[in-house]
Design a binder for this molecule. Sequence first.
Ligand code: DAT
Ligand code: MG
Length: 167
Amino acid sequence: MFFNLIGGDDYRNFPVKPMERTFVMIKPEGLQRGVAGEIIARLEKKGLKMVAMKMLVISGDLAKRHYGEHIGKPFFENLVKYITSGPVIAMVLEGKNAVSAVRSMMGSTDPLKAEPGTIRATYGMDMGRNIIHGSDSLTSADREIGNFFKTEELIEYTRSIEPWVYE
Ligand code: DAT
Ligand code: MG
């Protein structure tokens, strides 16, 4: 579990809150369809802080590690083929309850069942093309962040807007 304390001396007038970090990925169709920026903008507007971001083509090995919990399921082979089929954008986002904040913005796994207005409901039609990944727990977040980023790629900085995002 990762706790980062915003504030310190810069924000001594505001209560210090424990922050979570979550792993988020715009899947290949996000870039192919030209909507990656729009989706990132939603996450940014929400108030989540970007701690790391990179564009990459996922290798077969990394795909199998990332989706390890699904090995043996009927959709696994297709899932690996699809997630390695083109560039993705991988991110680490930080915020209060960041894991569940992102999951609720994403909506259910099946875009046709996702709540209206969520990212998957807005941008997707098919379970196998659901546009975005977000960690489902703090444990998964730690593991997934470690799979995609080195510690030195996670950037520590202070945002002056922090007191306008959190009371
Ligand atoms: P989520 O991405 O919402 O955490 P998951 O971890 O259960 O969902 O599955 C990982 C991805 O695998 C999911 O985003 C899309 C794909 N997937 C899951 N269930 C599937 C199914 N029954 N058929 C096809 N693809 C599926
Ligand atoms: Mg999952």
